[in-house]
Design a protein around this ligand. Sequence first.
Ligand SMILES: C[N+](C)(C)CCCC[C@H](N)C(=O)O
Ligand SMILES: O=C(O)CCC(=O)C(=O)O
Length: 387
Amino acid sequence: MAELRRYRQGGGAPAATLDSVTRQARRLTLTWSDGRTGQFPMMWLRDHCACDQCRHPLTRERLYKLLDDPLWERFDGDDALASFEFGANALTLTWQDGHVSRFDAGWLYQRCPGQELATLLPTPTPWPTRFTPSHVSHADFVDGSDGRSRWANALLRDGLVMLDQGPCELEEVSRIAESIGPMRSTNFGGRFDVRSVPNPNNAAYTAIGLELHTDLPNWRQPPDIQLLYCLENDAEGGESSFADGFAAAETLRAENPEAFRVLSETPIDFRFQDDGHDIAVREPVIDLDGEGRPREIRFNNWIRDTLSLPSDQIEAWYDAYRALWQILRRPEGRVELTLEPGQMVAFDNRRVLHGRNAFDPNTGKRHLQGTYLDLDMLQSHLRVLSR
Ligand SMILES: C[N+](C)(C)CCCC[C@H](N)C(=O)O
Ligand SMILES: O=C(O)CCC(=O)C(=O)O
């Protein structure tokens, strides 16, 4: 259990050593050997004490409750700290109530207030024109070498990655998914078969072409990661295509800011109905984060519901939607490929759109198995692999 690194005080990349510590009103200023300085408010230092009373010795989760600590009242008056001492690699604080907090200097170095904490995860990067996805072999993915982390890194960075030359076995997609996290269930089950069936409840279960789309935009939280594993694909047609919705949104913002504004500020209705379900949500096509960057694309023409807007907004919304759709269709922004039996594509369903050409079920069979995963599980998997 001491191996748990979440809150460990030491370890990590060797950082600079601690050169000086000075005390000001309500904070300590630390300077390291490479010149970095950090101002640490006393209350932050007290809250982050990692002793076995303040963190559970086994789980390393926080036990300390700042609201119940009488010392907290004294941070205003600047006499909460009794004394401190430091060395090149450690800082020790003694508080007025006698509690002692020891910090690893490298741990503090990485957590200077205002400094971005280094992440083990790659930054999502928009596709350049004529982007080609990374490929990892199934053998490298399962054999414990770096295949898994190359796969997860590419998926988090590009929102799309291929896994090649796996076995043509039913449920291989479930085994892969479950080696990462629990499959995310939806009204289509935990794991679904994509093939043409009688009485389909969904366009994917027919042989028609599917325009680029995101799955389940009619859910408040659409699935994050989609895995589609090809078992058979010898019917004529059925080629796959993908487009980076974030890149398309940025292109729209540059070319047609008004259309971008309309699609990001106007919630519209999405709705799926079958015999047992009626799942509906009202959200914009382009969802932005607090800094105005695209966070999610909801684009699915066949389950877009009645456009319910004031009449003076309707034409502008259609113009904007057409403008985004035209960008998505540009060949230079699309990845086109034919899935091979034993090949799996994984993509970020809230960023990357997917589609397929119509296929002719009279010329051969086409069968994919798919499932969804939460992004949290993919990120967790990569962090664990990086330990
Ligand atoms: C693949 N699978 C059938 C599970 C989902 C396909 C998308 C489902 C959803 N009604 C939509 O049209 O977005
Ligand atoms: O059949 C395909 O290639 C893609 C299926 C699809 O779009 C889906 O399952 O949502």
